[in-house]
Ligand binder design. Structure first.
Ligand code: ACM
Length: 558
């Protein structure tokens, strides 16, 4: 990563003891507890899991795979070796007549399966994984890894069973903000591994905002030399008075080479990365680098050092030829790095104040008959949306972009509530659900005043588990593509804090998205404890431990 000036922030040092108070840091990887019946505890719960007659499988020696699954087979063999210490021999074979003894066989399905689905059969002598797309194989591999011991050298005993499995929703994602705080390339890969393990398929990477520009841009180098660094960072909570700053320069960005490496890493794991460049608001880092793109070109803007800029500090792009040229160039560079069919252009919390105050912006609104500032917001989104379309991509943005009369080909990410979701559906949009309650993982998961600092709110594990992306009575459910949780990192100065905030809530979300309705929270907690928590330990990831205490029976004061 280019020029990370300071990764250990003062905030991070302050937070560490608070996290220790809640006993959140994993010390050792505990072994999975034995499941309380003969069927293994799997998360997310498969659509169908049944016992087969016969003895358990106790030994695997070879991994047999068709040539066109070479990379996936290597991935699985490496994961198995790392987890169990067992090195399987890799055997390329396009056709297998039955599974040879001691083999784990990957085989393309000859009968139709649901998209991303797989079928797994375990018998005393062999294991067979069948799928019809690479995603199905990758998801089935995660199930295999859950069936194997999470400890090197431990004996295997996998009961004979059959699993038929596929996801409930096509879009299953996690977002990560790398602007407010920056995370290493290794951690981004680790985060992608977390998604993959949870059978998710989308990583929404929030790359630009008021507090920094985190992607290398060749055509506009000042985005990096100026826009990627802030002079200092707010300490403590945004609402604390007086505001205190740490006085330390902070920043950096991912080079294009690193981004290509991360995209390839994710692709093998069947994770699509949707990059986000947030416009036309949330653009303070861009206008700090290029003030001529702002409504006050003679101003020297700083890269924001505080949080929550909405209506408080100017952070919008001005509508002028230089800005539209900038947008075309930046999104062209972005598309060259990310193959994603969808490109996120933000569009949230665009303050109208600075456009109202600027006579040139008002002239632009009048000349283009946009009516008002909301019309201008739509103009920006449709301008970039059309540009993306000419390159075969589609625009996605936060739900505020649907305020005006926007082309319904745009995909909407609803971070509001059921009402905003219903409004978008009514207008004919397809949506992805990311409601603040309960899918903002920057909110507290307890009401303990000693809990590690978070933005506000109470989104406990149980609320996430009980969330349904399709609320009762909502029609047009086929237009709800799925959901994701958002991880804004104002109060997450280091990777273990991110882990603490996402685990175990991400595990609950994975089951919401994969397994479908009719879920049993008590049974989930048992599977979480026998399957997922040992794996957090295996990953050396911290997690929030008091989830049983902090359930939905506890209510915030107001
Ligand atoms: C958002 O939380 N402003 C998308």
């Amino acid at each position: 990563m280019a020029g990370v000036v300071k990764v250990t922030t003062a905030q991070e040092k302050n937070l560490a003891p608070v996290m220790a108070n809640t006993n959140a840091i994993a010390q050792v990887a505990p072994s999975p507890a034995p499941p309380n019946n003969s069927l293994p505890a799997l998360v997310p719960l498969p659509q169908s899991l049944k016992s087969l007659p016969g003895e358990a499988l106790t030994k695997l020696e070879t991994l047999v795979f068709p040539a066109n699954l070479w990379a996936e087979a290597q991935y699985l063999a490496a994961e198995i070796a790392q987890q169990t210490g067992k090195n399987l021999s890799l055997v390329k074979a396009d056709q297998t007549a039955g599974a040879p003894a001691g083999a784990l066989v990957l085989s393309w399905s000859t009968t139709p399966l649901a998209a991303e689905g797989y079928r797994l059969q375990v018998q005393s002598s062999a294991m067979t994984l069948v799928a019809q797309d690479k995603a199905g194989f990758i998801h089935g591999m995660q199930t295999i890894l859950q069936l194997l011991p999470l400890q090197k050298g431990k004996a295997w005993k996998i009961p004979a069973l059959e699993i038929e499995d596929h996801p409930r929703f096509a879009y299953r994602g996690m977002h990560l903000d790398v602007v407010r705080h920056l995370f290493s390339v290794d951690y981004i890969k680790q985060f992608i591994d977390y998604l993959c393990h949870h059978k998710m398929n989308t990583f929404h990477w929030h790359l630009t905002d008021d507090q920094g520009w985190r992607i290398e841009m060749k055509a506009y180098p000042k985005l990096n030399t100026i826009g990627s660094y802030r002079a200092e960072t707010l300490v403590g909570h945004f609402k604390d008075q007086p505001a205190v700053y740490d006085g330390q320069r902070y920043g950096g960005y991912y080079t294009q080479k690193e981004i290509k490496e991360i995209v390839a890493y994710a692709a093998l794991r069947q994770i699509n990365i949707i990059p986000e460049i947030d416009i036309p608001g949330h653009s303070r880092a861009a206008i700090a680098a290029y003030p001529e793109l702002s409504t006050q070109p003679d101003t020297v803007w700083n890269v924001a050092t505080t949080w929550g800029m909405y209506n408080r500090q100017n952070n919008v792009l001005a509508p002028k030829p230089a800005t539209f040229q900038f947008l075309e160039t930046v999104f062209t560079e972005l598309m060259a790095l990310f193959p994603s069919p969808y490109i996120h252009l933000g569009g949230d919390e665009c303050s109208k104040l600075w456009w109202k105050q600027d006579p040139k912006t008002q002239d632009f609104i009048a000349q283009n008959k946009l009516g008002n500032e909301t019309g201008l917001q739509t103009y920006f989104i449709e301008y970039v949306g059309r540009f993306l379309q000419t390159k075969g991509r589609k625009a996605i943005g936060w739900h505020e972009i649907a305020e005006g009369k926007l082309d319904t080909a745009t995909l909407i990410m609803n971070w509001g509530n059921e009402k905003t979701a219903a409004q978008c559906l009514q207008k004919g949009f397809s949506i992805i659900q990311t409601p603040g309650k309960p899918l903002y993982f920057d909110h507290y998961q307890s009401l303990d005043p000693k809990d590690s600092l978070a933005i506000h709110g109470y989104n406990p594990l149980e609320a996430v588990y009980r969330f349904d992306p399709v609320p009762p009575g909502m029609n047009r459910s086929n237009k709800i593509l799925g959901a994701q949780a958002n991880v804004w990192t104002e109060y997450m100065g280091h990777a273990q804090k991110v882990n603490y905030m996402v685990f175990p809530r991400m595990t609950a979300l994975s089951e919401v998205l994969w397994s479908g309705p009719g879920k049993d929270y008590g049974a989930f907690l048992q599977r979480l404890e026998s399957q997922s928590i040992p794996r957090y330990g295996y990953w050396n990831a911290s997690w929030f431990k008091d989830y049983r205490k902090w359930d939905l029976s506890k209510k915030p004061a107001n």
